[in-house]
Design a protein around this ligand. Structure first.
Ligand code: PGA
Length: 269
């Protein structure tokens, strides 16, 4: 895992967006795996700016979202379909038919999950998967004890996740209990992974992901098995890392890494 420590949310978002932009510049028909939640909003804002001001072109890009709540229609403001349209898709030129988000309202979830996995494969696989991390160490909605080989399926959400996400709903009891989510195994097949985390409250999960044992109790720890993962963290999220000094040393001293002088131009992936 490559650890990149940034000073704050804005810097984390800018560096994350540069990694996404580099993927698209190198491969204009890149397949991106996208995430929802509070973490990637700044990165999405920066991608929109790059599209408008720098001509970053999404016309051949395909996207697959990680997850969706079961039972929420696309036009529900709490759905991830809505989130993606509001925060990203309405501002970019991704063709509608290239956008995939799990359905929260299919009448055959099993068949839908099989179809979703097949669409990812037929699209050539995910080139860059963007992730956030839950306070319980989940990636997508792969809650603690999810199989590290799991595929797209329905998951029952953990109580902590329901509490964490209650802010997006009028009442905590409105938070759906089930979600359809890519599995850990699905995520690990992405060629590159970019995981972002910010805030002191994410620090224990970040430490478990990077320094803990590989365990289904923290599904993000499975990323230790992935050959090309970069973690972009704000300073608050690094607070529980035992090896922090070492990561800072690596960041500054790696041969060929001009991070200190030109932080945001460092080749990161
Ligand atoms: P957040 O959620 O970005 O809203 O903190 C992350 C997650 O639960 O994966």
């Amino acid at each position: 895992m490559r650890i990149v420590i940034t000073e704050n949310y804005d810097e984390m978002s800018r560096i994350g967006a540069r990694i996404v932009a580099r993927t698209i510049n190198e491969k204009p028909n890149a397949v991106l795996g996208l995430a929802t939640g509070g973490t990637p909003i700044g990165l999405y804002r920066e991608l929109v700016r790059m599209h408008r001001e720098e001509g970053l072109d999404f016309s051949r890009v395909t996207t697959f979202n990680l997850d969706e709540y079961v039972g929420l229609p696309k036009d529900s403001p709490a759905s991830y379909h809505w989130f993606m349209r509001e925060n990203l898709f309405q501002y970019l030129n991704i063709p509608e038919q290239n956008i995939y988000i799990p359905s929260g309202t299919t009448d055959n979830y099993e068949a839908f999950c099989t179809w979703y996995e097949a669409r990812i494969r037929e699209s050539g696989g995910i080139d860059l998967q963007l992730l956030g991390i839950g306070t319980d160490g989940h990636i997508a909605f792969n809650e603690p004890t999810s199989s590290l080989g799991s595929r797209t399926r329905i998951k029952t959400l953990a109580k902590q996740t329901i509490l964490d996400n209650a802010r997006y709903f009028e009442r905590p009891e409105d938070v759906p209990i089930y979600a359809i989510t890519m599995g850990v195994g699905t995520i690990l097949e992405a060629r590159k992974i970019l995981i972002l985390a910010n805030g002191r409250y994410k620090a224990p999960a970040v430490a478990a992901m990077i320094e803990g044992p590989v365990t289904s109790m923290c599904t993000a720890s499975a990323l230790q098995m992935h050959p090309e993962t970069v973690c972009v963290l704000d300073r608050e999220a690094t607070k529980d890392l035992q090896m922090l000094e070492y990561y800072e040393w690596v960041q500054e001293k790696s041969p060929g890494s001009p991070y200190r002088k030109r932080r945001e131009d460092t080749p990161l992936l």
